[in-house]
Write a protein that binds this ligand. Structure first.
Ligand code: DSN
Length: 420
């Protein structure tokens, strides 16, 4: 069979060999990072096209450079598909990343220093939701709501109280480490009480929303942002969806507000991803993501672990290692798991008393193993492997677990047609 990357291999052996190594790493490990996925070869092929070469500042039929008729068709297809997927009135498919998408949303709707009510980062929020080491925290005045200390759920009483007290111009929902469904209607009611814009950042759950395994933020939200590479399983990049009344301001804030030329090869790959997500199989895929996460959560609970909110409704679980009475915490747990080929990330848990560098928890997600066709039994088995890894000190035992991981990985092959 032909080498998939034969030109790369002949021009740059150094980069090619790292690509090969990374492919092998992905094939031989169990990926549990809740924000990652394996894009299809169709998506990857769209990324590696001559569309990369074109400058197309502006929007379809309103470009600043010549030669954009075909590019216009591609971007228009992406826009039409994503509007259909999320039942959105308007879509901008140009944001290069989730962070620039959020920056554009703020720029389009707020003045510097305006107030935004959002979830605290340490409780599952995101850097662009007002962290003081991020542009958002420097440019806007964030007030943060929290999760309930007992249940780990969004404390709507606090959200309402803070909204009434601070009268924010925007209320933000949508998170990076929240294992439960988001009640968009409830947020809308609070936003209406104080006349705030409701902004949902659904980067983590976009695939679940597209597959109808989670409620759509529309019609409740005014504006929705998302990355395209997480549960949505597309190329790296982002989108902004909004109600028609924000369309002009959003488009202006993306270009020329925060970005220059759009990455049209990424936009083509987004179009492919939206097509894939519109298929009935994608619905099945997203339902299986949730079933796998729930099976994994159940197994952890049976093994005596404490999970934030005691389970999950979506694609991720947050294991509280301190409450689970383990002797390893976030940093060591992440490293130990990597040593046996299980890849996850350390994570703060609500009201964490440890540092972000070595927090109390680990975050585990099932989008990647589900893409590899693993089901509930494999999800339970992975929980057992995680448990054994975290509890043993024996080198031989860790080597045995690594063998189990390699064996499981080989039974669920990745990118079979990709021959390097
Ligand atoms: N880095 C992403 C995550 O892991 O949730 C958020 O941007």
């Amino acid at each position: 069979m032909n080498n998939y990357y034969k030109h790369l291999a002949s021009v740059d052996q150094e980069v090619y060999s790292y690509v090969k190594m990374e492919l092998e790493r992905q094939r031989n490990t169990i990926g549990l990072i809740a924000s990652e996925n394996y894009a299809s070869l169709a998506v990857l092929e769209a990324l590696a096209t001559p569309l990369n070469n074109k400058y197309a500042e502006g929007y379809p039929n309103k470009r600043y450079y010549a030669g954009n008729k075909i590019i216009d068709s591609i971007e228009s297809i992406a826009i039409d598909r994503v509007k259909k997927l999320f039942d959105a009135e308007h879509a901008n498919v140009q944001p290069h990343a989730g962070a620039t998408a959020n920056m554009s949303v703020y720029l389009a709707t707020l003045n510097l220093g305006d107030k935004i009510l959002a979830l605290e980062l340490a409780h599952g929020g995101h850097l662009t939701h007002g962290s003081n080491v991020n542009f958002s925290g420097a440019a806007y005045k964030f007030v943060h709501y929290h999760l309930d200390k007992e249940t780990g759920l969004i404390d709507f009483e606090e959200v309402r109280k803070l909204a009434l007290e601070h009268k924010p111009k925007m209320i933000l929902c949508g998170y990076s480490a929240y294992p439960r469904k988001i009640d968009f209607k409830r947020f809308r009611e609070i936003a209406d009480e104080v006349n705030a814009i409701l902004f949902a950042d659904i980067a983590h759950i976009a695939g679940l929303v597209a597959g109808k395994a989670h409620e759509n933020p529309f019609p409740y939200a005014d504006i929705v942002s998302s990355t395209t590479h997480k549960t949505l399983r597309g190329p790296r990049g982002a989108i902004i969806l909004c109600k028609e009344k924000f369309a002009k301001a959003i488009d202006k804030a993306v270009f020329p507000g925060t970005q220059g030329g759009p990455f049209e090869h990424c936009i083509a790959a987004k179009a492919v991803c939206f097509k894939e997500a519109l298929q009935p199989e994608f619905k099945e895929y997203t339902r299986q993501i949730v079933k796998n996460a729930q099976a994994m959560a159940e197994e952890f609970i049976n093994l005596g672990y404490s999970l934030v909110t005691n389970g999950t409704d979506n694609h991720l679980l947050l294991v509280d290692l301190v409450k689970s009475k383990l002797k390893v915490f976030g940093k060591e747990a992440q490293e130990k798991l990597e040593s046996v080929g299980i890849i996850c990330n350390r994570n703060m848990v609500p009201y964490d008393t440890r540092s972000p560098f070595d927090p109390s928890g680990i975050r585990l997600g099932t989008p990647m193993i589900t893409t590899r066709n693993m089901k509930e039994s494999e999800s339970r088995y992975i929980a057992e492997l995680v448990d054994k890894t975290l509890k043993t000190e024996s080198k031989t035992e860790l080597e045995r677990i690594h063998e189990n991981v390699l064996d499981l990985s080989s039974k669920f092959p990745l990118y079979k047609d990709l021959v390097l």
